[in-house]
Design a protein around this ligand. Structure first.
Ligand SMILES: [Zn+2]
Ligand SMILES: [Zn+2]
Length: 259
């Protein structure tokens, strides 16, 4: 069985096709998916999906690319995460690629999420793009690490260097690979995936974006996540079942949910 640790099936282009999407998950042995929240106005729909389907989990958070959206407080995040199907805080983090200028608000929002994660013990889903130094620094300053009393979490859709992966793993974080790792141009990222041990790895689609090869350029969905696992298995020269087993176990360990 495979688990998609990060998708956005509440987005309209996917939510209108829900029966088909759930069917494809079943056909491709994708047992669970985590539907990740990107802002507070959409959170009720994310939660509704998790409440409707036993094998869909959800998170609460506000994405760093959403500038014009209600700003969450620590209390908001703590309160909204008090639900057995809300298993994580995020997605949060820093993105200096999509947005430029004075991004102090992004860093402040990121800190709020880390505080909520520490308060609830629910792990973080961290998005970082062209901002790895500040991301790691703020994770340290706010005590995101297990040994600092934090709940750790996952560096999602990982595209950074091995050094960044190692810094996050040293804090107890997992590294999640998306369809990007399957792209021909992603040689450096493939070297990172080769070096990240299966014990610290998750897989994801980040659908509807970033469909893995052979669906590159098409609309992505959770049922495609085995292609990420197969690519990593080939890279490491191991059976895909081994990647499936570890990434599934890791998911249940990190998000502290019953199978
Ligand atoms: Zn993201
Ligand atoms: Zn995402």
């Amino acid at each position: 069985m495979f688990i998609d640790s990060h998708c956005h099936i509440n987005f309209p282009e996917l939510s209108v096709r829900m029966p088909e999407i759930l069917g494809k998950m079943a056909d491709n042995r994708v047992s669970h998916a985590l539907c990740v929240s990107v802002d507070l106005p959409d959170f009720p729909q994310v939660l509704a999906l998790a409440e409707q389907y036993p094998h869909i989990f959800a998170s609460v958070g506000v994405h760093p690319d959403y500038e014009e959206t209600p700003e969450p407080t620590v209390d908001d995040l703590v309160r909204l995460s008090q639900h057995p199907k809300i298993v994580a805080i995020g997605e949060t983090g820093l993105d200096y690629y999509r947005l430029q200028g004075d991004l102090e608000w992004q860093r402040e929002r990121f800190r709020v999420h880390i505080r909520a994660s520490r308060a609830t013990g629910k792990p973080l889903i961290i998005h970082t793009r062209s901002a790895s130094e500040d991301t790691i620094r703020i994770m340290r300053e706010e005590g995101a690490a297990i040994e600092a009393g934090g709940a750790a979490g996952v560096m999602h859709c990982f595209t950074e260097s091995l050094e960044v992966a190692q810094a996050a793993m040293a804090m107890g974080f997992y590294i999640s690979f998306s369809g990007i790792v399957t792209f021909k141009s992603a040689k450096e990222l493939q070297a990172v995936a080769l070096a990240v041990p299966l014990e610290r790895m998750l897989i994801e689609t980040d659908s509807p974006y970033l469909a893995p090869v052979p669906y590159r350029g098409k609309m992505n969905e959770p049922g495609f996540v085995p292609h990420v696992a197969e690519f990593i298995a080939n890279l490491k020269g191991i059976p895909v079942e081994q990647v499936a087993q570890h990434t599934t176990d890791n998911f249940f360990n990190l998000f502290n949910v019953m199978r």
